[in-house]
Ligand binder design. Structure first.
Ligand code: ZN
Length: 160
């Protein structure tokens, strides 16, 4: 088992914090099979509420896939306690927002898409921010300020 953390950074304008909706957030990723090196060409999503019994042991897993090339069954589990937010004061540095327990595969690419929660300090909480286009802009009626998220970037790291 290998633990892989997904790190994100972004420019937050008048946004205090940005985080994924926990249970229903769809983590869109592309994977590589560790056995044969095949990288999936299409996007697959993984969701915390999409629980399946693990192949071995008594735990749960969130994604099971069979490699198209070598037919090995690989799986991935979201570690729910690792889901976290990025904050305005450190948003220019990569921060781990989720860790995946990977069995036989590794994420190679991530697509941010929908389901982000953006909070304005003393203002509105936007509950379904869509970052599919790479950026997002709105207006906070409470603080009377424009808000935006741009330049979202990601990175994968091995976690011990
Ligand atoms: Zn394979």
């Amino acid at each position: 088992m290998v633990k892989i953390g997904l790190q994100v950074k972004a420019n937050l304008e008048n946004i205090e914090s940005l985080k994924p909706q926990e249970e229903s957030f769809k983590w869109y990723m592309k994977f590589a099979c560790n056995n044969c090196g095949e990288v999936s060409s299409k996007w697959n999503y993984i969701m915390l509420e999409d629980e399946k019994p693990a192949q071995r042991g008594s735990g749960v897993t969130h994604y099971v896939t069979k490699c198209k090339l070598c037919a090995r069954e690989n799986s991935l589990t979201i570690l729910p306690d690792t889901i976290s937010e990025i904050k305005a004061d450190t948003c220019d540095q990569f921060k781990t927002i989720v860790v995946f327990d990977c069995r036989g595969l590794e994420p190679k690419d991530f697509s941010a898409r929908e389901g982000w929660i953006a909070s304005v300090d003393g203002g509105t909480t936007f509950n379904n921010v869509d970052l599919s286009e790479g950026d997002w802009a709105d207006y906070c009626d409470k603080t009377k300020q424009p808000v935006s998220i741009s330049c979202i970037e990601h990175n994968f790291v091995r976690v011990k």
